[in-house]
Design a protein around this ligand. Sequence first.
Ligand code: SF4
Length: 509
Amino acid sequence: MTITPSLFEAFLKCPTKCWLRFTGERPTTNIYAEWVRTEHESYRNDGTKRLIANAPADEYAVAPIAENLKTAKWPLAVDVPVRIELCSSRGNEAQTSMSGTDQSLPTSAATSAGAKSTGESRLHAIERLPSEGRGKAAQFIPVRFTFTNKLGKDDKLLLAFDAFVLSEMLGREVTLGKIIHGDDHAALKVKTSALTAEVRKRVEKIAALLSSSAPPELVLNRHCAECEFQGRCRKIAVEKDDLSLLAGMNAKERQELRSKGIFTVTQLSYTFRPRRRPKKLRDKREKYHHSLKALAIREKKIHIVGSPELKLEGTPVYLDVEGLPDRDFYYLIGVRIGNGESAIQHSLWADAIEDEGRIWSDFLDILATVEKPILVHYGSYETTFLARMRTRHGWHPESNATVTMAVKRPINLVSFIFATVYFPTFSNGLKDITRWLGFYWSEPEASSLISIVWRHRWEESPSEVFKQKLITYNAEDCEALDRLKERLVELFAHVAKNLRGLHPRRCWP
Ligand code: SF4
């Protein structure tokens, strides 16, 4: 088997993804995953051209032969193939093909599989610093291109994987690497030697995973929405009625249930036992019950705990914001004032980051025209937006006290749902819940990730098509919020009228 950066990167996200890439599984359609792939490729191609353009003529190499690296004279090489042997079938003693240093070897995979495995990469670039004196070797610095402005641990580990393969090949430590990333082509130096132990451990685990004849256990996770196998895995999980469909359940909770012989959502649904709460706990928030969520799903009914209330004393202003998290840039503020048919929608659009302050100011102006505005949103994204905008752009000089109050005390509908209203949906996401309530978006595939792709498409060639898609999607999010709030008010009123005293309450077929 050959462990490549593609497999290494996949393993960092999800063992199943690594396995599926290794076995050549065909990706299912995921617009976001496809966009990320093409962005990476084009950023790498552009980055390589820039490096070459800035290098003195004839002082760089393209795809040099790996075996000649030690005697290389060039200061820069691009697209450099490197390959090492990680372990062999000769016995339990794993070894690399060139370095011979036993401390660097993944071993357990070798002993378990007894199969030959190699580590391979095509380094985006290598910078070579000449020897600093007699007896001192030239220094090699692997370079990796990443199109995002923000970097995470996985980006550094991926570079460290390149450095690991290169150092094994050279038989000398590669202590430093460089990531060139983002819109400004910023260069980040990474001390790769500090990550070598972690890379080695992961490589060992990958080798063990891929030498097994059975695929790893399928567990849906946070990365699924960005993954090229999303459609395939979700289908299998639904067929298996797998516990990982419950988005709010963590690995520890799942493991505990499995140790009790509970493997499916349906099995879990039979474990829910309604209990009256002791008087002394009445004022405390009820804990979240995965078993009640499972019951709601099995029965296709909403369950409500306690006697919740949702009263808005003022005019509801539904807020939904679109942004590019990688740039910390908010480019579309959707505001829906009032309810139902008479509601008025505003869509505040920023062409560029310089316009963000203007749309924030327009937003405050709109709020100032509303009588006792009460901002209603869903989740933490808008909470963060409001806090950041206050810090970044401040208040409008004419912002009155009601505007200030609305911005400082928005109503997050999630807080009325979590551990209180159990919808028969696998997650508590706005789309899952409101789709179940019968609300649909014009673009069925619309999501926050797809909106990022649309915005980039619009930036590449500003056309009304993508701008309009985004404005419609955002306005429909606001409308979904309106519908959800209305339905919660109805549900809570229904509970108050009919079922006072029961706990928990099943109230909506
Ligand atoms: S869809 Fe999810 S579970 Fe499947 S491979 Fe991707 S990340 Fe893993």
